[in-house]
Design a protein around this ligand. Structure first.
Ligand SMILES: C[S@@+](CC[C@H](N)C(=O)[O-])C[C@H]1O[C@@H](n2cnc3c(N)ncnc32)[C@H](O)[C@@H]1O
Length: 249
């Protein structure tokens, strides 16, 4: 997603939901000290303005994002603190940089991990990045009715060519038609070696404004398709299942 699109109204829902989690887990966040990794830090506003103030005084955050454009934007706009830095990192990588392994006391991730094609590898990497007794708090989409618009539009021959990779835009567990998201996630995490302190699914609704809806469109399309897409999007009442967990090992 373009950084400007995201900042221009495409991130209102993410802000609202990150704030909910941060408030609910404020005690746990205040106990986080040392080095903290924010995975999928995006433009850096949440990292700097919402997360950093909640952590212990001696905590520092490294924001990590797969997108160089996001990292550049964050460095330019949300980096004026000695306790904050950004780097490019793909959390799904098959080879983590050796100097990052076991370097972090805590890991945070908001609205990112559902994009992973290999969620297991992403969590294996989080496990490797953490020090012994490290903690993680992550929140990501389990299922989002709005994303069905991608797969529905893909069935229309006229639009198929624009949506060859529609499945990539559908959240990880939804893509796999998983009926027990919480159970599947718990199993995956326990198998990797995490001790699960809390894991829950939350049902949420959000009414998109025209501006925030534009920010959610993740594929290139001609104007006409755009309006049809918006039509479908609006008529599907949007429910999001948010998975929230905190992990210790
Ligand atoms: C919706 S934004 C969330 C930004 C911020 N955390 C928030 O809550 O507003 C998702 C971010 O995750 C990043 N991302 C997606 N896949 C990733 C991956 N495999 N590794 C690291 N970052 C990733 C995207 O580039 C994007 O900046």
């Amino acid at each position: 997603m373009e950084v400007e699109n995201y900042m221009g109204g495409g991130s209102d829902m993410q802000h609202r939901d990150a704030l909910d989690v941060v408030q609910e887990f404020s005690y746990e966040l205040s106990k986080m000290s040392g080095k903290c990794l924010d995975i999928g830090s995006g433009p850096g506003d949440i990292t700097k303005d919402m997360l950093l103030p909640m952590l212990g005084e001696n905590a520092e955050i490294v924001g990590a994002d797969v997108s160089q454009a996001m990292v550049n934007y964050a460095r330019k706009n949300y980096c004026d603190s000695k306790r904050l830095s950004y780097m490019v990192l793909n959390i799904e990588t098959s080879e983590l940089p050796a100097d990052q392994i076991g370097k972090y006391d805590n890991a945070l991730s908001f609205y990112c991990l559902h994009w992973c094609n290999d969620l297991r590898r992403a969590f294996e990497n989080i496990y490797k990045l953490l020090r012994p007794n490290g903690k993680a708090l992550t929140m990501f989409i389990g299922r989002h009715g709005g994303f069905n618009a991608y797969t529905e539009l893909q069935q229309v021959p006229k639009y198929r060519s624009y949506l060859q990779d529609a499945h990539l835009y559908v959240p990880y567990f939804q893509r796999r038609l998983c009926t027990d998201i919480r159970g599947s996630l718990r199993e995956m995490l326990a198998d990797i070696g995490f001790e699960i302190l809390h894991c829950s699914t939350r049902e949420k609704s959000y009414k998109y404004s025209q501006q925030s809806l534009k920010g959610e469109i993740l594929f290139e399309c001609p104007g006409k398709l755009y309006y049809i897409y918006i039509y479908i999007y609006i008529y599907i009442y949007i429910y999001i299942y948010i998975t929230l967990l905190s992990i210790e090992y």
